[in-house]
Structures are given as C-alpha cells and as structure tokens.
Write a protein that binds this ligand. Structure first.
Ligand code: HEC
Ligand code: HEC
Ligand code: HEC
Ligand code: HEC
Ligand code: HEC
Length: 498
C-alpha cells in the first residue's frame, strides 16, 4: 500500500516536472503556440496559493509557505485568512444560520436584496471581486480564493486617494512587471499581446529595502521595496467603510484623528510588532537567506498570539465611592489608553460592557436609585447597573423597510429587531443613533447611587462593590439567532468592600 502511494506520488511529481520542463522549453525556444488561457498559463499570473503540505508547492516553490512557513502559520490562524469563508460573515450575508447555509434566518443581506450581490466582497473577498469588472460577486458561489491572502496584500502597489473608493476598488494591484511596465489586472493581461508576456515577472512588494534575489525562481519573480507597507494607508481601504455617508466601519478615520497618527505611530506598530527571536525572513533551509535584525521581521498575527492580552493592555477601570445620608455613590472611570483608535473598534457589532454590582453582607443586590442601566443590546445583563460602549445604528425610517424589503418576514424582523436586542444592520437605511465607544486616550465617567442605610440615622451596612469590564464580539441576541458563539472576554474585574 505504502509503495503504491509513494509510486503514485513519484508519478505525479514526474508528470508535473515534465509539464514544467515543457513550459520552460517552450519559453527558451520562444516557441509560442496558440495562447493558453491566462489563469492556467503560468503560475505568476494567477494568485499564489499560500498553503502548505502541497507537493507541488514544495517541489516548485510556488507556495508562500514553501519558504515562509512561520508567516504562513501566523496568517492561517488570523481572520484575514478566513475572510472568504468565515461562517458568521456568510450567515449575515446570506441570511442563514452558521451551520445551515440553506436556512432562511434574518438578518441577511441577500434576504433583503435577493437580486443584488452587494459590495461585501470588496473587503471580505477581494480576490474574487477583482475577477469581476463590476467588482460585485455573489460571495456564496465563489470558489478557490484564499481570503485576504499573502499574495493579495503583497501585490498592493498603491492606494487610491478618493476616500469613497472602498476595499479593492480603491486598492491598486500590480500582478506582474516587465522592466518598468506594470500589469495590474487580469483584463490588462487579456488585452496584452500574448507574445509580450515573455519576460514578465510576478511581483511582490514589501518593506525590505535590500531583499535577496530568490535565485531558484528569479526568472519569474521579483521582490520590490514599497514604502506603503510601513504606513496605515495600506489598511485604510478595508478598515473604513460607508453606507451612503454613514461610517459603518471607521477604524482608519479614528486612527487618522488619534494621538497615534499625530505621533506617526501606524497600525503595524501595534498589530504587526517585530516577531520575537526571529533572525530570518526565510525558514526553508534549502533557500539562501540572510541574517536580519529582529526589527525587520514582523508578526502576521494581527491581534497578536494572545488577543485577550492585547485587548486589556490599554484599558483601565477605577472606582471611587462616597457614603452619605444612607446613600452610596459609586463613580466609575473607564479609560481607553490606546492612543490608536476607539475602544472597541472594527465591526459595529463589537461592544464592551461595564457591569456594576453592589451587594450587602447577605449577598443581596442593592437596587439602583439613580444612574445608567444596561440597554436591551446587553442581552442577559439588560437593566443591570452599568454601561454599554458601542456604536448603535438605527433605521431612519421603517418606510424604507416596506419599500425595499421583499418579504413580509423581512419587514417583521426590522420591526422587532430593536426589542430583541439587535441594532439596525449595516446595509439598512441607517444613521448613528449613538456612539458611546471610548475615544483614543479618553475616558468615560459614570455615576451610580444605591440606598445602603435604612434611614439617615441608622449605621450603614457593609457592602461589596464589583465592577467588571468585558468585550463582546457581537450582540447576544444575534449570536443566538445565528448560532454563533458569543465571545465574552473579561478584561478587568475589581472588588471593593466598604
Ligand atoms: C523559493 C522561496 C520563496 C518563496 C516560494 C516565496 N518567497 Fe518571499 N522571499 C524569499 C526570499 C529569499 C526573500 C528575501 C529574504 C531576505 O532578503 O532576507 C523573500 C522576501 C519576501 C518579501 C520581502 C520583500 C521586500 O522587498 O520587502 C515578501 C513581502 C515576500 N517574500 C512575500 C512572499 C509571498 C507573499 C510569497 C507567496 C506568494 C513568497 N514570498 C514566496 C523566498 C521566497
Ligand atoms: C483587503 C481588505 C483588508 C486589508 C488591506 C486589511 N484588512 Fe484587516 N481585515 C479585513 C477583513 C475583511 C477582516 C475581517 C475578517 C473576518 O472577520 O472574517 C479584517 C480583520 C482585521 C483585524 C481583526 C481580526 C484579526 O484576527 O485579524 C485586524 C486587527 C486587522 N484586520 C488589522 C489590519 C491591519 C493592521 C491592516 C494593514 C496592515 C489590515 N488589517 C489590512 C480586511 C482587510
Ligand atoms: C496603539 C496601538 C494601536 C494602533 C496604533 C492601532 N491599533 Fe487596532 N487595536 C489595538 C488594540 C489594543 C486592540 C484591541 C482592543 C480593541 O478592540 O479596541 C485593537 C483592535 C483593533 C481591531 C478590532 C479587532 C476585533 O477584534 O474586532 C481592528 C479591526 C483594528 N484594531 C485595526 C486597526 C487599524 C486598521 C489600525 C490603523 C489604522 C489600528 N488598528 C491601529 C491597538 C492599536
Ligand atoms: C493584510 C495584509 C497582509 C497579509 C495578508 C500578509 N502580509 Fe506580509 N506584510 C504586510 C505588511 C503591511 C508588512 C510590513 C510590516 C512592517 O514593515 O511593519 C508585511 C511584511 C512582510 C514581509 C517582509 C518582512 C517583514 O516581516 O516585515 C514578508 C516576508 C511577508 N510580509 C510575507 C507574508 C506572507 C508569507 C504572508 C502570508 C502567509 C503575508 N505576508 C500576508 C501585510 C500583509
Ligand atoms: C469597507 C470594507 C468592508 C465592507 C464593504 C464590508 N465589510 Fe464586513 N468587515 C470588514 C472588516 C474590516 C471587518 C472586521 C472588523 C473587526 O474585526 O472588528 C468586518 C467584519 C464583518 C463581520 C463580523 C465577522 C465576525 O466574525 O465577527 C460581519 C458579519 C460582516 N463584516 C458582514 C459584512 C457584510 C454582510 C457586508 C456587506 C453587506 C460587509 N461586511 C461589508 C470590512 C468590510
């Protein structure tokens, strides 16, 4: 059995070798038969596969992981690699649950707009969007893309200055180069005279000014320094997004107005720090590499190996109390010392909760007489003393729902969403009803009052105060409907006994 297997492998490798030799020969002899379709003609005009454990990748050094295994391992565990098939994303796009992509479960972009593909692919599946001139594709039917892949990010040549162009429509991709001539997209290639393909090289841009030549593939590959990779601009087009003129995603703008931007601190500083103990970009012992100082080699785990540690790194919580006339006053300060952007940021589903509990010596919760309570969006914690930090979208007019919603159920869902604890969806006709997220280098102050003494004259009872700050990936009610795990990350917990 084993022998048969290895025989099969050898045969596959041999056949592949023969094919590639033929290819090389045809190039050497400048023998140019009828043009082959671009996507199959040569490795360097289609997206490179980042994947590993693929015989072809190892043998022909076609995969990024063949030479950059450490980068690959970080990327494959990061959400950029999953963006095209992230079940939560697909369930919101299609209007299904995460495990049954055929069910009909609101909310869903495609349930509201059965005849439109939408612009989600611009950021969530840019490789697929590039294949289509209208840049609008049905994400559910796309096959064989690798999310936001190594090759995709490393073919970004420049960024369009027009702030309205989002995702891939504002990103200039260069696929190949011949001398000084750049070929940017598949359409250009198809128009180009096939006899001119000869001599074109696949290109990879990066932040290294003096990259080594990759001898083994130098006839088909070129590495090129591009200062863009050191700046937040390379992240801008996907981390800022509007619906009409309503900023749904605003991380880049938050950064652009932050103390970090004023000090020249870029996204990469926090999200791609130098990788500890690394001394080479290449980890394939058969490929010539160079010893490099650690600060030239950057992590590709965008939320670091430990997202919990990153999230709590810049937040703080302080409690101040006062007991007077039978009343306990609690003042809570939540600080966002992250000078890069608001806390929380990213998808408008991200939210953070400050929860306050005051108990007497019997463990009974004292009731709040004055101060903020958590809204419906906090799910099981609604009505408890505390605060929700989030950007809340609301629909401008339910008339729109009636006009644009195709189905009765869709309109019904819009009417009850708020009561269920789910704010308006990104693609509805929305406005920002409130944005209580904490701005970079700012803090939020909230004040609560509880009765602790039966009357002014009686001695005060002892109380324990517990304040918690946690981050949530989404709304509990939405998680339940979509069958998604509600990720709750407890960042700070403080106790005080008086
Ligand atoms: C055959 C091995 C090999 C393969 C396959 C390979 N690389 Fe590299 N790569 C190298 C070497 C060698 C360097 C230069 C290292 C140095 O200078 O220290 C390099 C450097 C780079 C750089 C830095 C360029 C710069 O100027 O900043 C980037 C970015 C890069 N590779 C991305 C990729 C991506 C993306 C893929 C897959 C599409 C890939 N590489 C596949 C060997 C390889
Ligand atoms: C082509 C669009 C695109 C570009 C360019 C891009 N991102 Fe993202 N990014 C996304 C998408 C889409 C997601 C969400 C993927 C998901 O959850 O399925 C994401 C997720 C993230 C996350 C959170 C989740 C995680 O585990 O990574 C961080 C942090 C992030 N990006 C930072 C960056 C930074 C920093 C840059 C620039 C160096 C950048 N991104 C460039 C589209 C992009
Ligand atoms: C000073 C450090 C710092 C800078 C600069 C910074 N970030 Fe962040 N970022 C963080 C921290 C810490 C978190 C985790 C806490 C949170 O979610 O707010 C985070 C969270 C995020 C998230 C949310 C991930 C999630 O889980 O939903 C995204 C997306 C993101 N950053 C993108 C960016 C982009 C894009 C830039 C540049 C425009 C940037 N960040 C600049 C520190 C930084
Ligand atoms: C979301 C975009 C993005 C993705 C995806 C991505 N990179 Fe990068 N890469 C960058 C940026 C930005 C830098 C520059 C970091 C810096 O210098 O601060 C970089 C730097 C590099 C470098 C140069 C050396 C270094 O560490 O700075 C190499 C090599 C590299 N990436 C390889 C890869 C490989 C291999 C993959 C896939 C496994 C990959 N990249 C995926 C954006 C990306
Ligand atoms: C301008 C770029 C952009 C566009 C357009 C876009 N997204 Fe996103 N989306 C992102 C980024 C970036 C993140 C990750 C932010 C974070 O991690 O907090 C994200 C995250 C999400 C998430 C959360 C995924 C998770 O695992 O938590 C969902 C769901 C989502 N998007 C749905 C959509 C839908 C549906 C559309 C189209 C109607 C869409 N997005 C259009 C950039 C975009």
């Amino acid at each position: 059995m084993l022998q048969i297997l290895s025989l099969k492998k050898t045969v596959i490798v041999l056949i592949s070798l023969v094919i590639s030799c033929l290819f090389v020969f045809s190039k050497l002899l400048a023998f140019n038969p009828t043009p082959v379709p671009i996507t199959q003609s040569c490795t360097f005009f289609k997206w490179f596969d980042p994947n590993t454990n693929d015989e072809e990748g190892r043998t022909f050094l076609k995969n990024c992981s063949s030479c950059h295994m450490t980068y690959y391992k970080e990327w494959i565990n990061d959400k950029h690699s999953m963006s095209q098939n992230n079940p939560f994303f697909l369930s919101v796009y299609s209007g299904t649950t995460t495990e049954n992509l055929k069910s009909n479960v609101y909310p869903g972009f495609r349930l509201d707009h059965p005849e439109q593909n939408g612009n989600c692919a611009l950021c969530h599946n840019p490789e697929a969007a590039l294949l289509d001139t209208s840049k609008d594709v049905d994400i559910r039917t796309v096959k064989n893309t690798n999310g936001i892949s190594c090759d995709f990010c490393h073919k970004i040549e420049s960024i369009d200055q027009n702030p309205l162009k989002k995702g891939i429509s504002g990103i200039n991709i260069v696929r190949a180069i011949k001398g000084k001539r750049f070929i940017s997209n598949i359409q250009d290639l198809e128009l180009a005279d096939p006899t001119n393909w000869k001599g074109f090289k696949d290109i990879r841009f990066g932040p290294i000014k003096d990259p080594l030549e990759i001898k083994e593939i130098s006839d088909v590959e070129e590495l090129r320094y591009n200062s863009l990779y050191k700046t937040s601009l390379i992240c801008a087009k996907c981390h800022d997004g509007l619906n009409g003129n309503v900023p749904i995603y605003s991380t880049f703008t938050e950064w652009a107005n932050s103390p970090a931007a004023r000090r020249g601190v870029q996204c990469q500083h926090c999200h791609m720090p130098p990788r500890n103990n690394a001394n080479s970009i290449v980890d394939n012992p058969d490929i010539k590499s160079k010893l490099r100082p650690y600060h030239q080699i950057h992590s590709h785990s965008f939320l670091t190996e430990d997202p919990h540690e990153l999230r709590k790194k810049y937040v703080d919580l302080k409690i101040e109390t006062k007991k007077q006339n039978g009343i306990l006053t609690v003042k809570i300060v939540v600080e966002n010392n992250n000078f890069g952007h608001s806390f929380p940021t990213g998808s408008p589903m991200r939210n953070a909760i400050l929860l306050l509990e005051v108990k007497n010596k019997d463990g009974k919760e004292l009731s709040l007489i004055k101060g903020p309570k958590l809204p419906n969006y906090a799910g099981n914690l609604r009505q408890k003393p505390g605060k929700l930090f989030a950007k809340i979208l609301e629909e401008t007019s339910s008339e729109y729902a009636v006009l644009s919603g195709k189905s009765k159920e869709g309109i019904e869902f819009r009417k009850i969403a708020k009561d269920l604890g789910i704010p308006a969806q990104d693609w509805w006709n929305v406005f920002i009803a409130s944005d209580r997220r904490i701005k970079p280098n700012s803090s939020d102050v909230s004040i609560y009052q509880f009765t602790v003494g039966a009357s002014r004259d009686l001695p005060l009872q002892p109380v324990t105060i517990t304040a918690k700050l946690f981050w949530r990936n989404t709304w509990p009610a939405l998680a339940k409907i979509k069958h998604v795990e509600l990720k709750e990350d407890l960042l700070i917990e403080r106790h005080l006994t008086l």
